[in-house]
Design a protein around this ligand. Sequence first.
Ligand code: NAD
Length: 448
Amino acid sequence: MDTKISIIGAGSAVFSLSMIRDICLTPNLQGSTIMFMDIDEARLDAAHHLCQRYAREIGIELDLRKTTDRGDALEGADFVINTALVVGHHGMRAGWDIARKHGYRFGGSYHIMHDEAFWINYYQYVLFEEIVQDMLEICPDAWHLLVANPVLAGTTYLARKYPEHKFVGLCHGFGGVYHLADALGLEREHITFEVPGVNHFLWLTEFYYQGEDAFPLIDRWIEEEAPAYWQTCRASDGLGPKAIDLYQRFGAFPIGDTGNPGGGTWPWWYHTDAETEKRWREDPTGWYEGYFVHGAERVANIARWAEDESVQLTDHIAPKMSGESMVGIIESIACDIPRTYIVNILNDGEFVPGVPADFEVEVPALVSKRGIQGIQTNGLSAELIAYILHDRVAPVEIELEAYEMGSKELLLQLIMMDPWSRSMEQAESMLDEILALPEFAEMRDHYR
Ligand code: NAD
């Protein structure tokens, strides 16, 4: 196949290995050009070299290239996958350390103690926009697959502002439904489901196993097996006591990152203090420590395996598709193999009734040569839509407005929306301290 796929941020701790594996395990991509692009040369070289060796082991012919120049990467591209994180894990933590000192906790808004904090997002928006503008000039017909966060705000912002751009946001969080199926002992291939919502706020509203309603199976599992499961599961588990309480309260099951730290640890009332978190078996701090440690391990493994020619890579990276949707979506579009995927797009087809038409939703879509066609869902209850409007739409709108206007005042108002904000002085002193960090000088100049 004569397709060029460019990966921006190819050294990503989360995605590098899974993308390498999926590309090498997709025979339809044989003959394609894969361009690895990253600004970190060591990560770039390691990911590129590892992919070359893995492709050789699997026996697929790919033209694998690498560059640190984004223009080069985009030249002739048919697909661009964006997995870049500008401030890195250290940039997230630098801001969190300051926020914590000022009384902010996990479980508040998306925009402070979360990996979509305003200081992370600022640099992401700048990069996202540069990539889109470059693509519109260099490869205007290419598809842009945004995997880097913020997927929710990034999709809203880019799809609104650049309607001519072929764009989709992707997140693997919906896969939590398979975690639920596994716990219930259901075979994955026999479940069907609907999980409408916005990114990191997805709710299982329809769930069938072999054609039968599977919600009674969830209720039975809660009654008979959940207490034993909770004895051994890790803290902040997607099937932990908090998730079950949310299910019983809202009548729909929170899926993937909806209530866990990967999605902002929503909502705040399970996280008011250490004692409350313990009671709910919640530990967002420990969860993120694990995330950073695993990320660093993955990056170290890629470097080690890439260097050591004696390592049989398939012993370490099982030749099995990762479950991520990027490569499958590319195959569906490039080879016209229609399939349904969960995607992030604007709600312009009323896919989730009640969410504004120019705001992102995460919904099923039919993907083929004709593009990405959203599918209408049966939607969510009025109360869950109200939480989307309150906890997702409102802060994202304020943040995007602050970003567009370069307004420090709006940024302050965004911080005031966080449930842990108690006074203007608290919010201002945190904001000033974060903006004063030397690595955030560009952001400090932007927000006046
Ligand atoms: P990471 O820091 O390990 O990797 C990011 C990579 O981007 C690094 O190799 C870095 O050198 C590179 N990079 C930074 N600036 C760049 C630039 N200007 N151009 C090109 N490359 C650049 O981060 P990670 O933990 O792998 O996370 C990557 C992103 O994926 C984050 O935004 C994270 O929130 C997001 N994420 C998304 C999902 C999802 O399902 N959509 C899941 C987990 C993480």
